[in-house]
Every structure is written in structure tokens, then in C-alpha cells.
Design a protein around this ligand. Structure first.
Ligand code: HEC
Length: 712
């Protein structure tokens, strides 16, 4: 049989690489801005488009889906072609994939600052963009499987197993977590409510970490590390074992984000058990990577790309040890909702994803341009300043997390909270937030230096857009190796079967956790006094969503004495049954708000939203003066009520038609009450709806509390 000649598409790899660098810089810049806002509220820049709640999701989406996303496609498109000895299935699909993905990112950059958000963390984009993501993901899948089918290599190498698992799992996660009922072009309600919505979201959220930030990167590690070190992977058996156990176990771990919430206890426990087990397969991957370098340490000393890989793997090992520890209830009780988690995810993001991407870029770009890297010195500088940046980021955040966790729980010998004023705990950690900002800036400087270095390298060389290659076509008549009869070797020749088995493996955990929570009523006991929101409160809630208040405030009081003393009765599953979406949050920069209803007067809220420092001196909460100037959009009220009715919220028949009248009545009452405190505001302003919502929060079950007037 004759060798076939063909070419590898390097241009698409280069394009994804450039996109990763550009979006990476933008994502990090926005990250730096939100970091500054947490100690200097002026950095919210006094307008709604750059306020913390709106641009924090921009930062997370940019670094996850734009920076890491493009880096994944760069790595997959490069390695897949070589591992399969085939050009990508279709150049047109490659282009549609590339430009489609960039357009999705641009639509995120536009819609998130404008306040269009579904509020599900890491899935904030509204429904039309969700559909676009699905379509482009399918394009990627067809292109990948098309290439696998026309391959010239019999077996799929371990990197490709990880790519396949990534493809199927992200598809499932994204679709299930996007079930929304559209109300208008850029607004929708999740079909699930409360506890169930929370479970779906964190099943998604945790597995976005697993199957977007981890599995494709493990695949890249398996391809690029042996290439860079010029050594075979340490253990093939270990790769089989840790691949299947990783994808099976990961999917169960979501509920560890919901410990001590109203999620049924059995689901929390399952999440904990599987999270602990995850150490083994995660470390399997790290060990397989690090031991690939055994005997090559001299190389590591000289080669900066390998240095990046070693730190990446070490960070991966640390983060995947810490994750299971954070899932232990005792540790979670202190760490959850604090900056500890921010430290944890940044060890993963900056160390594992960032450094692995940098390592691959330094290795890849000179090869695509058939030249040497412009400057090894600058790359080495990047390595050290980046490492320093990670330390300056992570250490203060750990410190801040411990501080918050301890201060929130500290009691005086008399049995009273030592820090009853939540703000004291926020102000205490401001110096640590400043240090973290410095860490972030160092890391960003490193990335900028890399950009310069890579640009110079590109200018020095010339892109080999179509790299010539040759290989035997399949089927090749070769002696069957005795190993080829082993079950896994057989499976490695069957891509579709491989995909279906992966799919079954990953569906299992999610189904076991979700089915009972969705179908057995005892898991969400109803409370008869819990009633749907009034139209005005519903509109206020949507403003709360628009502004991303959920980025700083939780709405779930955990059953600890320190929390029931501070906030009131702990939160019950039945209280959230009309919450489409749930708004439990994941971080407390400000206090929990689930029991804030009736705690303060309307006037207090009015003044606080206009200028938080007037009510809470030293507050870092941004001012929201546009709530007072902007008119509430009531044209949507009827369709919102109808949508809620369709989702099972028991408004009376025909209520949608009277909803706006009802809304105005309640608004007039609040405006009149504000007038008593000498505040003149028209009843059609947004602030009125927001106050209505805040005053309703957590009041459906009986609370014994006196309202604090505005002058206290
Ligand atoms: C950058 C973080 C941040 C964002 C974003 C934020 N807040 Fe706050 N919030 C705080 C902090 C810190 C406090 C405590 C100090 C204070 O009262 O201002 C606070 C306090 C509050 C309180 C008083 C709670 C109590 O029990 O005393 C309310 C109510 C509140 N915020 C509502 C909101 C709403 C509504 C939004 C969105 C429109 C919002 N916050 C956005 C940080 C934030």
C-alpha cells in the first residue's frame, strides 16, 4: 500500500491561539478591575455598565469560555490532526467553529454589562446565546468525529478519550442547565425553581470545572507533555484507570457546593462521598504527568515550557487535593462563601489552566512559524513573575478566607456574636484584597510579556499554514499485536462506541441525584404560608438579577448558631418553590439577604441604595443611583406572570391582566411611605420595585423582629 500525502491545517490552530491570548488579556484586565472594586468602590465608575455585579460574570465567562475555551480548541485542533494522521474533517466547519465561538464571546461582552443575565453562575448568557453555543458546539463535535472517522491511525490515543468525554459531557450539561422559558428576546425564567434549580446549576457548575477546565486540559497534557519532554507517557494502564474513574466520579460531586443548604441531606452526603473519592483519579492524572518527566529533570531546568508544565501539574495536584478537603462538612462550614474558595479556584485557573496554556503556546507558536522563540529570557521572566503573581494572589486570599470564616463564627463569652456588624468582617480583609490585586497585576504583566514575545516570534518566522505530512491509509494490513485483543485496545478503535459508553458513564451520577429531588415531594416539603411574589416584587427580583447582586450576597441562611443569631431562622426548601431561578449565591462579600425583609424601613433601603456608605460607613457596596432615575419597565409584567403560571406558580386565572394595576397599588403605598420620611420619589421608579422585593425576602414564615428605622 502507498503512503498518502496530505497537509495539517495549522492556520486554524494559530487563529485559536491568537484568540486565546487576546481574550486572556481582556479577561484578566476585567478580573483586575473587579479586584480593585472590592477595596475601592469608586472603581465601579459610577455607571451601571461597569459595576461589580455586572462585570464579575464578564470576567469569569471571559477567562473560562474565551481564554480557556480558545486554548482548548487550539490544543485539540493541533493534537487531534497529528494523533490521527489526518487533516481536520472540514475546513469550512473549522472556520464556522472559530468565528461562531468568537461571535458568542462578543455577544457576551455586549450583553453582560447591559444586565442581560440568567444569573446561573458560569452560565449567565441569555437563551438566544445558549442556542448559539449549542449549535457551535455541535459543529465542533462533527468536525472532531469526522476527523476521527477518516483517521489513518488505528487507535485513539488517551488525549482523544479526554476530548470525546469533554464533547459529550459539555453538551449534556449545557443543554440541561439551559432549560428556560423565554419572556422576551433577552429575558427568560429557568423552568426549575429553588432547590431543584440549585441542584441542576451546581451539577452544571461543578462539571463545567470538570469537563471544561479539567478533561480537555488533561488531554492536552497527555499530548504536549510527552512531546515537550520527548518521553513516552509514564503509564498506559494508569491512564485507562484514571480516565474512566475520573469521568464517572466527577459528575456526582456537584452537591458539595450546596452543603448546609436546603438541599436534601442525602444528596449533600452523596456529593461529599464522591468528592473525597475524586482525589484518586485526579492524582492519577497528575502522577502520570509528573512521572513522565522522571529522568528528564535536567531538561526541566533548561526548558521554560517544561517549567510551566510542572507548575501547572503541581497546581492541579494542589487544587484537586484541596477540593475534596473543602467538601468535608467541617471544613466547608468555615470555608464556604469566603475568599478561601476564590483562592482555591485561582490556584486552578492561574496555575493549572493558565500555566499549561502558556507552556503550550511557547512550544507551539515557534513550530507553527518554523522558527525559534524570539526570547527565552523573556519567557523565563514570564515564568517567574507569573509564579510570583499566583503566590501574591493565593496567599492573601487564603488568609482573607480564614479571617472571614473565623470572624463570622466568633462569639463573646456572654454568648453574643463578637462581630454583629457584618461590614467589620469585610473591612478587616481589605489589605489582603489590595495584595491580591498586586498578585493579579503581576500575573497580567507576565501575560503581556508573553504576548510581546509571541508576536515577535511570529514576525520572525512564517506561518506554515498547511504542513505537509504522509501516512498509510486505513485499514492497514499489519500483524495483529497480541495486545490489540484487550478490551480497551478494542474500544480505542471504536470512536462512536467510545462516545456512547462515556455518555452512559457520565449520565449515571446526575440522574441518581436529580430524579428523586425532582419527583419525590418529601425532598422539598411545602410550606402553606409561602405565596408567589406580587408583580412589583417579581419585577424587583428581576432588577436584583440584572444587577448581579447575587455576586456579593447569598440568600441562604445555614443552620449554624452563628448564622441564625446574625440573620434569623435558617432557610427551608419550601421557601424557594417560586424562585425561578434560585438566588442562593456562592460568596458573601456582603451579608446574607434571605431574612432582610422587614429588617429595615423602606427609607433605609432607599438611602442605602443611593449611597451605601450613608447607612453603613465604610461599605464597599456600589451605589445604585440609576434605580432612582430609571423608570420601571412594566410592559413585561403580564408576560412575566404568564410565564410563571406556565411554570406552575399559582397566580389566579387572568391575573396577568390585573398585574400592572396590582403593581401600581403596591408601588404607590411604598412611595407614600417614603414620603413620610421626606423622600420624594415617583412610584414608577425601579427603586420602588427593588425595595418591595427586599422587604418581602424571607418573610413568608413567621419572624419575630422589629424593623430598624433609618436613623439607627
Ligand atoms: C461589591 C459587593 C456588593 C454588591 C455587588 C452588592 N452589595 Fe449589598 N452589600 C455589600 C456589603 C459589603 C454590605 C454591608 C455593608 C452595607 O450595608 O453597605 C451590603 C449590604 C447590603 C444590604 C443590607 C443588608 C443588611 O442586613 O444590613 C442590602 C439590603 C444590600 N446590600 C442589597 C444589595 C442589592 C439589592 C444589591 C444589588 C442591586 C447589592 N446589595 C449589591 C456588598 C455588595
Amino acid at each position: 500500500m502507498q503512503l498518502e500525502k496530505f497537509t495539517y491545517d495549522n492556520k486554524i490552530v494559530r487563529n485559536f491561539g491568537i484568540a486565546a491570548v487576546i481574550w486572556g488579556i481582556i479577561g484578566m484586565l476585567v478580573g483586575l478591575l473587579v479586584a480593585l472594586q472590592l477595596f475601592k468602590p469608586e472603581m465601579n465608575m459610577g455607571n451601571q455598565y461597569t459595576t461589580f455585579g455586572r462585570i464579575r460574570p464578564l470576567h469569569t465567562n471571559a477567562v473560562i469560555f474565551a481564554f480557556v475555551g480558545n486554548a482548548i480548541f487550539m490544543g485539540v485542533y493541533y493534537s487531534l490532526q497529528r494523533l490521527l494522521k489526518a487533516r481536520m474533517f472540514s475546513d469550512t466547519l473549522s472556520k464556522i467553529h472559530f468565528w461562531g465561538w468568537q461571535l458568542i464571546i462578543i455577544s457576551a461582552v455586549i450583553t453582560l454589562p447591559l444586565g442581560f443575565t440568567s444569573s446561573h453562575e458560569y452560565a449567565e448568557l441569555e437563551w438566544p446565546i445558549d442556542i448559539a453555543i449549542t449549535l457551535i458546539w455541535v459543529v465542533f463535535g462533527i468536525n472532531m468525529f469526522g476527523t476521527i472517522i477518516k483517521r489513518r491511525e488505528r487507535h485513539m490515543y488517551v488525549a482523544i478519550w479526554f476530548y470525546i468525554a469533554t464533547f459529550v459531557t459539555i453538551a449534556v450539561l449545557h443543554i440541561v442547565n439551559s432549560f428556560q422559558l423565554p419572556i422576551s428576546f433577552l429575558k427568560s425564567y429557568y423552568i426549575y425553581a429553588g432547590v431543584q434549580d440549585a441542584l441542576v446549576q451546581w451539577w452544571y457548575g461543578h462539571n463545567a470545572v470538570a469537563f471544561f477546565l479539567t478533561t480537555p486540559y488533561l488531554g492536552m497534557m497527555y499530548y504536549f507533555l510527552p512531546k515537550m519532554a520527548n518521553r513516552p507517557v509514564y503509564s498506559y494502564k494508569l491512564s485507562i484507570l484514571h480516565f474512566w474513574s475520573l469521568i464517572f466520579i466527577y459528575i456526582w460531586a456537584g452537591p458539595h457546593h450546596l452543603l448546609y443548604t436546603a438541599l436534601p441531606g442525602w444528596a449533600q452526603s452523596l456529593g461529599v462521598v464522591f468528592s473525597i473519592m475524586l482525589i484518586a483519579p485526579s492524582w492519577g492524572g497528575m502522577i502520570n504527568g509528573l512521572l513522565t518527566l522522571r529522568g528528564a529533570w535536567d531538561k526541566v531546568r533548561e526548558d521554560v515550557t517544561l517549567k510551566f508544565m510542572v507548575v501547572a501539574l503541581t497546581a492541579y495536584g494542589m487544587a484537586t487535593f484541596e477540593g475534596p478537603m473543602l467538601s468535608l462538612k467541617q471544613i466547608n462550614a468555615i470555608a464556604h462563601l469566603t475568599d478561601w474558595i476564590v483562592a482555591h479556584v485561582h490556584v486552578g485557573a492561574l496555575g493549572w489552566n493558565g500555566f499549561l496554556t502558556f507552556g503550550v503556546l511557547y512550544w507551539l507558536i515557534p513550530r507553527l512559524y518554523k522558527t525559534e522563540l524570539y526570547s527565552k529570557k523573556l519567557a523565563s521572566f514570564h515564568f517567574w513573575i507569573g509564579t510570583l503573581g499566583i503566590l501574591f494572589y493565593a496567599i492573601p486570599m487564603y488568609w482573607a478566607g480564614f479571617t472571614q470564616g473565623l470572624m463570622w463564627k466568633e462569639f463573646l463569652p456572654e454568648g453574643l456574636l463578637k462581630y454583629p456588624n457584618f461590614l467589620a468582617t469585610t473591612i478587616q480583609i481589605i489589605p489582603l484584597h489590595i495584595t491580591r490585586g498586586i498578585g493579579g497585576a503581576l500575573y497580567l504583566i507576565g501575560a503581556l510579556v508573553m504576548t510581546y514575545n509571541l508576536a515577535k516570534t511570529m514576525l520572525k518566522g512564517k506561518l506554515v499554514a498547511n504542513e505537509p505530512a504522509e501516512a498509510m491509509p486505513l485499514p492497514v494490513v499489519i500483524e495483529e499485536h497480541p495486545d490489540d485483543k484487550k478490551w480497551h485496545r478494542k474500544l480505542e478503535r471504536k470512536p462512536i462506541k467510545f462516545m456512547i459508553i462515556s455518555l452512559i458513564v457520565i449520565l449515571f451520577g446526575g440522574m441518581v441525584e436529580m430524579m428523586p429531588t425532582f419527583t419525590i415531594d418529601a425532598n422539598v416539603p411545602t410550606i402553606s404560608t409561602v405565596k408567589p411574589y406580587t408583580p412589583l416584587e417579581l419585577q424587583g427580583r428581576d432588577l436584583y438579577i440584572r444587577e448581579g447582586c447575587v455576586g456579593c450576597h447569598t440568600q441562604t441562611v445555614r443552620p449554624f448558631r452563628s448564622e441564625t443569631e446574625r440573620y434569623g431562622e435558617y432557610s427551608k426548601a419550601g421557601e424557594y418553590v417560586y424562585d425561578h431561578p434560585f438566588l442562593w449565591g456562592s460568596k458573601r462579600t456582603g451579608p446574607d439577604l434571605h431574612r432582610v425583609g422587614q429588617k429595615y424601613s423602606n427609607a433605609w433601603h432607599y438611602n442605602h441604595m443611593l449611597d451605601p456608605t450613608s447607612m453603613a460607613p465604610g461599605s464597599i457596596m456600589p451605589a445604585y443611583d440609576w434605580f432612582i432615575t430609571q423608570k420601571l419597565d412594566t410592559s413585561t409584567t403580564a408576560s412575566k406572570i404568564q410565564a410563571m403560571q406556565r411554570l406552575g406558580v399559582p397566580y389566579p386565572d387572568g391575573f396577568d391582566k390585573e398585574a400592572n394595576q396590582n403593581l401600581m397599588n403596591q408601588a404607590n403605598e411604598i412611595a407614600a411611605d417614603l414620603q413620610k420620611a421626606n423622600i420624594q420619589v415617583k412610584s414608577d421608579r425601579e427603586i420602588i420595585a427593588l425595595i418591595a422585593y427586599l422587604q418581602r425576602l424571607g418573610t413568608d414564615i413567621k419572624l419575630n423582629r422589629q424593623t430598624i428605622p433609618s436613623n439607627q
